[in-house]
Design a protein around this ligand. Structure first.
Ligand code: PNS
Length: 170
């Protein structure tokens, strides 16, 4: 069975990786699809191409995982790709209410099923937005994201990391 794991992935975190690894063992093929809203372009830290490259690097070791992007409704993408199952990760009960609403709406408008996979509890506090926040101050995000995301974040905030490093060694 082939499934789709959609998200903003701005950038992909260790929690996403945990859910992806579990999904890749359960299903024949997993497509990681970066859902890109051109009207929200300014709200993303990474460009679409940067997010795709990070995803390709972070998932290179998983042979049954591929990377794609789409700029519209998820159900339209599912229909276009002839796929019927969406994978979403759950970290805590607080995720569930939001995800439940989206899953029901997607089934109503697109007849697609959503399968939830629970991320390991050690990732329950990790989100892309928190990782972006910590990195923007030059904080240590190395445990919270795969290496490809960490490198990209350190490059994006190179000035902040260099300043922090300099003030530490002085
Ligand atoms: O990583 P995120 O930001 O939690 O992912 C949310 C995402 C991108 C999967 C969701 O917002 C989405 O599917 N967006 C595409 C537009 C869409 O289909 N919206 C209707 C959902 S009811």
């Amino acid at each position: 069975m082939n499934v789709v794991f959609p998200g903003s992935f701005d950038p992909i975190t260790s929690g996403h990786m945990d859910v992806l690894t579990r999904a890749s063992k359960m299903f024949d093929h997993v497509t990681m699809t970066v859902m890109h809203n051109a009207r929200k372009q300014g709200r993303y830290l990474f460009t679409l191409e940067e997010r795709l490259q990070i995803l390709r690097d972070a998932t290179a070791h998983l042979p049954n995982v591929s990377v794609d992007s789409f700029g519209g409704l998820l159900v339209d993408y599912m229909a276009q790709e002839q796929k019927g199952i969406i994978i979403r990760g759950l970290r805590a009960v607080s995720d569930y209410e939001y995800e439940l609403q989206i899953a029901h709406l997607n089934r109503q408008i697109g007849e697609v099923e959503t399968v939830f996979i629970m991320a390991a509890t050690r990732w329950s506090f990790v989100s892309s937005s928190m990782v972006r926040e910590i990195a923007s101050y030059g904080g240590d995000i190395s445990e919270m994201v795969p290496r490809a995301s960490a490198s990209a974040l350190k490059l994006k905030f190179a000035d902040v990391y260099a300043e922090r490093e300099a003030s530490r060694s002085s």
